[in-house]
Structure formats: C-alpha cells, structure tokens
Design a protein around this ligand. Structure first.
Ligand SMILES: Cc1cc2nc3c(=O)[nH]c(=O)nc-3n(C[C@H](O)[C@H](O)[C@H](O)COP(=O)(O)OP(=O)(O)OC[C@H]3O[C@@H](n4cnc5c(N)ncnc54)[C@H](O)[C@@H]3O)c2cc1C
Length: 368
C-alpha cells in the first residue's frame, strides 16, 4: 500500500485536508493535475472573504472554528494568510442579506453594529447608499490569500510527511478488495482510503455517482481607485451589497495599492471546466461598471485585470461529503457553492475525523 489516504485535487479543499490529515499522522499522497496554486479552478484571484455572521448556529460554529485554524497554519508556515478588516453588508433593512446577518449576529451573540445612511456617509464614504438602505458592520471578518494558503497548506503537509504530486492527472478511481487504486498518467497508486477534492472536475472524474453539483462561471475584476489610502484594509472592510431582485455585488480593500477587486455573486453561466470561456468580455464587466457608477465613489471603471473562476454549486449552497456505496473507502468532498474557502480547514478537520476515526460530520456538512 502506497498511502493511508490518497487525495485527488489540491485546491482549497484538498490542500487544507492534506494538512489536517498529515497533522494527525495519516500517510498522505496528494495529486494535482496542474501546478500548486494555479488559476484554472476555484481557489485563485488574490483574496477570499471570511465572515462569521452567516446563517445558522451550526454554520456560524464552522466559521468561528476556521479563524484559529487559519492562524495555526500561519504560525506553522510563517506565511501571512488572514487579514482582519471587519465585514460590511449593505442593502435594504428587510432584504435577505441585511436581515440574515442581523438575525445570525443576534442569535449567535456576535459583535455587530447597524449603521444608517448618515452613519455610512460619515464612516464609509466610498459606498453610496440608496434611500432605505442600511449597513451592518460585523467585527469578526476579513480576507484570506487563496493561492498563498493552498501553497502553505500543501508545503506544510509535505513537511509532515505527505507526498505531493503536482502536474499529475488522475484518470480514474477504483475501489474494492479493501483498498483504493488511483490510476494516474504516471502509473497506479494504491491507498487504504481516497478523498476526492476535484472541485469543478468532480463530475467528470466520477460521472456515475449522480452528485447534485453544477458548475457556474464567475468573473472577478480589479478597478483602479483614485485615492488608494481610502481603500486600505484598515479603512475599507470587505463588503457585500444586495441590490434589488436578490442580486449581490461584493468587494475587497486594495491589496496592490492601486485597485480594488469587485465581483458579482452568482448570475454566471453554466460551465464545463475543460471548455470554460476564460476570456473576460465587456458583458462580464458591465454589471460591475453599472454597480460602481451608482453605488461607489472613488473607484474608476478602468479595469487593471480580470479573471474567470468557477463555483461548484450544491443544492441550497450546502457542503457535500459523500460516501458512495459503489466506491467503498472513497470520500467525495465538495466544499464550494461559492463559500467553501473560508471554512476549508474546518471541513478538512471534519474529513480527517471521518477518514481516520469514522466520526460523521455534523448535519450542516450533509452526508449523502
Ligand atoms: C470568484 C470566486 C469567489 C469566491 N469567493 C469566496 C469567498 O469570498 N469566500 C469563500 O469562502 N469562498 C469563496 N469562493 C469559493 C471557494 O473559493 C471554493 O469553494 C474553493 O476554492 C473550492 O475549492 P476546491 O478545492 O473544492 O476546488 P478547486 O480549487 O477547483 O480545486 C480542485 C482541484 O482539483 C484538481 N483536479 C481536478 N481533477 C483532477 C484530476 N483528475 N487529477 C488531478 N487533479 C485534479 C484541479 O486542478 C484543482 O486544483 C469563491 C470562488 C470563486 C470562484
């Protein structure tokens, strides 16, 4: 047997799981078809939001546990990954976003503050609110550095004894006889268990499982700012703004001293990860330009760069951990639905509990 656990795909889910599994003594081998920290999947683009006041008690618990694990990875690798900026949500008081954040913050006793239009103009003048809109600041929020985090988790797993194989394509996963065989373009490997974290490629690798996943094309773009000091992380928290019709735009403080990253949440087209349109077109940027012309000050519509990324959506935006009967010993993890990055180390820990100790994850991480 070559390993205790073979991991297929080293994006956020695979690399953070590799770190948690290797930390707990498992002999891990990890495969990645591209180089570590590449920009062809779902774990690139410079920044990822991490918040706390989001959904139910169970989900808030996952998010709360994520912060110390990110700090632990920083301490073990001496690489800075998490910047706290506080989080700002903007929208109508009764809207899905603001009412959801207020409810989650109140129920879970999270520090937050409701700001009216006048407060917002004074404190966060880069945002322009429509009449009837409010802002909510939550204390425990910020951003992560995705490429760095994937690199750090993979390198740390390697230090802890994992064997990492970049530029290695897994062609199939076969199970039976008490072990799993991974066929790669460099030959076969056997392992006691396998963890499939292939993100948007999961359906292609395991087409027969009928997993309820759908891949969606997403575009992020960096727009130049007139006064970079006003958009520094200390002054400009990560934000999400709900527009009418449950449309969401979000953004980050500047990380390059000249631009801010803005994006649309969902509203993307269905995509095939092998044939996705990776070019960014005027039509992709139009909703962001419309947004900043109406709802922001000090951001020009000059695009410095833009990237295509993919969401792998599960029903109700859930996390899916699947133990397919057809593939004994194989765990499939879909940690995405557009919000899988921030909790990746916690989900990695839950997967380690499951693979090493047979302990089932909580209901929020649904097992199907
Ligand atoms: C634009 C955008 C913004 C986002 N914003 C946030 C956010 O603010 N906060 C948040 O928490 N989450 C956010 N997310 C979601 C989050 O980034 C994803 O949930 C997470 O990165 C998914 O990681 P993954 O490892 O499942 O997938 P991926 O990162 O796609 O990793 C899968 C890996 O598997 C490899 N692979 C696939 N098939 C094979 C094979 N056959 N052989 C070998 N290797 C293979 C791929 O090359 C890839 O590296 C965002 C996502 C996008 C696209």
């Amino acid at each position: 047997m070559d390993a205790d656990v073979a991991i297929v795909g080293l994006g956020a889910a695979g690399s953070l799981s590799a770190w948690r599994l290797a930390s707990r003594g498992a002999k891990v081998i990890g495969f990645e078809r591209f180089k570590i920290g590449h920009d062809r999947g779902s774990s690139h683009g410079g920044t990822r939001a991490i918040r706390t006041a989001f959904g139910s008690l169970e989900y808030v618990r996952l998010l709360t546990q994520a912060f110390p694990l990110w700090r632990q990875l920083e301490a073990e690798t001496r690489i800075q990954l998490l910047t706290l900026t506080r989080g700002l949500v903007i929208g109508a008081l009764q809207g899905e976003l603001v009412s959801g954040v207020l409810e989650s913050a109140r129920l879970n006793g999270l520090e937050h503050c409701l700001l009216d239009k006048v407060d917002m103009e004074r404190l966060y003048p880069s945002h322009r609110l429509a009449n009837g809109e409010v802002g909510v600041i939550e204390e425990q929020a910020g951003y992560l550095r995705p490429e760095r985090a994937v690199g750090a988790a993979t390198a740390r797993a390697e230090e802890l004894g994992a064997r990492i194989m970049p530029m290695t394509m897994v062609k199939s996963v076969e199970a039976g006889h008490g072990y799993v065989t991974i066929q790669t373009d460099r030959g076969p490997i056997t392992a006691a268990k396998a963890l499939i974290t292939a993100g948007p490629w999961t359906l292609k690798l395991l087409p027969d499982l009928g997993l309820p996943l759908a891949v969606e094309r997403q575009v992020v773009a960096w727009f130049t700012v007139k006064d970079p000091a006003a958009f520094r992380p200390e002054r400009f928290p990560i934000f999400i703004h709900e527009l009418t019709g449950s449309r969401f735009r979000y953004g980050f403080p500047t990380t390059d001293g000249r631009s801010v990253k803005l994006a649309v949440h969902h509203e993307g087209t269905h995509a095939d990860p092998d044939n996705i349109d990776r070019d960014v077109h005027e039509a992709d940027l139009a909703p962001l330009r419309d947004f900043l012309s109406v709802h922001m000050s000090g951001v020009s519509d000059d695009v410095v760069r833009a990237r295509v990324c993919m969401y792998t959506n599960a029903p109700e935006s859930r996390f899916i951990v699947s133990l397919p009967e057809q593939l004994p010993g194989v765990t499939v993890l879909s940690a995405c639905s557009g919000h899988g990055f921030s909790v990746a180390p916690v989900v990695g820990e839950l997967v380690a509990d499951l693979i090493i100790e047979g302990r089932r994850p909580p209901a929020i991480v649904r097992t199907i």
